[in-house]
Every structure is written in C-alpha cells, then in structure tokens.
Design a protein around this ligand. Sequence first.
Ligand code: AMP
Ligand code: GLY
Length: 439
Amino acid sequence: MKVLVIGGGAREHAICDIVKKSKNIELYSVMSNINPGIESLSKEYLFEKEIEVDKIVEYAINKNIEIVLIGPEAPLESGLTNELILNGVLVCAPKKEAARIETDKEWMRNILKKYEIPGQLKFKCFTDINKAEIFIEDLNGEVVIKPIGLTGGKGVRVSGDHFYNTVEAIEYIGEIIKKKIGGKSKVLIEEKAKGEEFTLQAFSDGVSIIPLPLVQDHKRLFPGDKGPNTGGMGSYSLSNGLLPFISKSIYEESAAILQKIIESLNREKCKFIGPIYGQFMLTSEGPKIIEVNARFGDPEAMNVLPLLSSDYIDLCKAMLNENLCKKQIIIDNKSTVCKYIVPEGYGVKSMIDEKITLDEENIKNSGSKLYYASVNKKNNNIYTTSSRSLAIVGISDLLVDAEIMCENALRYVKGKHIYIRHDIGTSKLIQSKMNKIKN
Ligand code: AMP
Ligand code: GLY
C-alpha cells in the first residue's frame, strides 16, 4: 500500500515508524526540512511546505497514493484533507471544517457551550480593548489571553506567569488586535484554570473514540515549569495509562468529554476523522478543557505510538470506515519519558544552523527511541532550524527506568548550542507537582 505522511517533525517520524510496521508499505512523505529519520524510511519524499495544497495533491495523484496521514495543524487548516478527498485520495485526518476545533478557539469554546459539554471555562472574545478590560476585572485579573487562531503554541499568555496586572494584559491584547496575531483582530480571554495539566489523545471515526494512555507534556522552556511557553519540551506516561495525579475515574470523565466533542462535531455536520487531542487541567472542580487539537500532540505522539502493537494502517481504515467500535487496540503496558533536544535560545530566538552530532548506534543500543524533528541534513551532517531538533524516548516498565534510559541515550547527542530540560520525568519534578496539588 502506498502511504503519504505529511510533516517533517518528530511526531511525523513516529507516525512513519509505526506505518512502516504494517505489511507491504511503500512510504512517501512531504516535508519542508530534511528529517533524516523520515528520509530513510521513505521510498521518496517531496521537499515542500506542508501547506502547499495544490502541489501536495498533484504529488499524491502522480504517486498513486492510497492513504494520506497528516501530522501538523497548518495543512489541516489549509484544507489539504478536503482537496485530497475531492481528488479521490483517502485521508485519515479531519477536514478543515472539523479541524476548526483547533484552528478557531472562539468556535471551539462556542461548541462546548452550545452542546453543554462538561469541563468548560468562562470566556469572552473581544475586538474592543475597553470591553476586554471590564471582563478581566470581572474575573479578578485571573485570566488567560489567547489569539483566536494558530500561533504554534506560543501565543497564549497566562496571568501570574506572563503578565502581572491589567495594564500588561491590555498591552498584549492591544498587540493581538493590532497585529492580528493568530489571524484576526480579535482576542479570546478565558478564566485561568488552576491545577495540573494532562493530555488525552484518542482515535476517532467520527462517531466513537478509542482513548489512549494519558501523557503529561511540559510546555515551559525552563526546569520547574518556568519561562516562556514552547511547542513542548518533553513528556512522560505511565505503564497503567494514567498519571500520578489522575485516577481512573478522571481518565474516564475526560474520555467522555472527548466523546461528547466528537458527537457535537457530528451534529454540526463536521464529522471528525483521525487522531484527536484533548488538553485538560485537573482542577479542584474536576477536569477543565484547555484546548482541543485536531491531530496527535507533539511530543505526546512519541509517548504513545511506540507502544502501539496494533496494525496502524488497519486502525486508519477503521477510522475511515466508522468501524472503531469493532476494533481493539493493543498497547504495551510500559512507561515512557521523552526529552527534546532544542537549539539554544528556542522559545525566544533559536540559534539556527548549528551542528548536532549523534551516535545513532549507541542510542539504539541504549534501548531508547530516536525521533528526528526540525533539523536539516546537509552533507551528512545535522543542523538546527528555529524549531525543536530531536527527541529521545526511554521506554521501560517503571518510569524511573524509562527516565534513566532516556538520559543514557542523551549522552550520545552532542552540540555546542543545544538545550534539554533534564528534569522531565524525574521523581523530583513529579513529586513537586504532587505537593502543589496537595496544597
Ligand atoms: P494552549 O496553546 O491553548 O495549549 O495554551 C498553552 C498553555 O497555556 C497551556 O498548555 C496551559 O499551560 C496554558 N493555558 C492555556 N489556557 C489556560 C487556561 N484557561 N488556564 C490556565 N492555563 C492555561
Ligand atoms: N504538545 C502540544 C501540542 O502538540 O500542541
């Protein structure tokens, strides 16, 4: 079968890896950087921006592609799924109308409200700074400011973390409105949820879902969850599919929320097919919805996909044929720790074109997985781009062993200008999160 994977990051490397485990696969890819991992798994690749819809459709037709998988959000927003389907190509990803659940935060909040989905937060959207100021005061300044559209996970600012008073809030709101950050002269202001965050990913066939093990990502750049938000610095998961601070009943409550979102999208005539991602905050009132993504998370995909023993292409077919309820998936009961290697300055001003050297053989021998991300391969060397460079995933029965395995492999990655959050997955960091919850 001819499969085309869109995207050149570590999440897409993990997707390509699992696709290649199915029988008789001819893998093709589209990427805007040369990801050496994807390159070596692919029969051929198109070096192109992932949002160049017409060129990708033409490529898919020329190569007689039978099924397309899309990693990042930007091509979903550009309607790549819609155009491929119009040209008779199967796509296991949502159409742009359903992907609005991620690409239009105002629409997402309105869907939750319309269908009375549990886990909502107070919110309002504004084009007028003065009206926004009144709402911020109504919420005692405990707010989060968000651009409406996509910003690569870097447009959100949280009170007490990124701004400290109404004056600073108003300044950022003015900037969003004036510069149309996130695509619109509009801003979303929502209640700040307090607690621990977690990610629940699931497969969806538009009617039912299969929820996957929980993952906790670390969006902040610095140890101890400090500093600016990034695309995610690393993540961990536990062998029982839960997290140290999440019970089975909270897991089920969160899965029921995702299921309700899928049902409401169906009722809106935007059937959601493909992987879906719920970002939640466990608050004293239960799980609250922080965001919904129309794809796998990055890094969260790297915690879950390597554990999946089921045939992935069969799963994609079940999503496309509304057959998920008849499917059982097999997940290895292992813990995982994923740490990203990023260029120095990432999240603020990345040092680009810096060489990274790594010993693939020793990383493999350590038992860890290596996923290349936004690096460029030139003359057999690997160089940083402005985005994350590569991810190492340790996998073992116990979290503590997965973390040690990951650190052992990281010793084989070298670069003068790279940065890693070494605290991810450590008992110390997890204990400090648990203490925060208790207080
Ligand atoms: P997002 O891009 O929506 O995932 O937001 C980035 C990060 O900002 C999240 O991972 C949270 O840490 C934080 N955040 C977003 N919305 C809220 C909220 N309503 N309350 C508290 N923190 C939030
Ligand atoms: N890990 C955050 C995201 O994929 O959006």
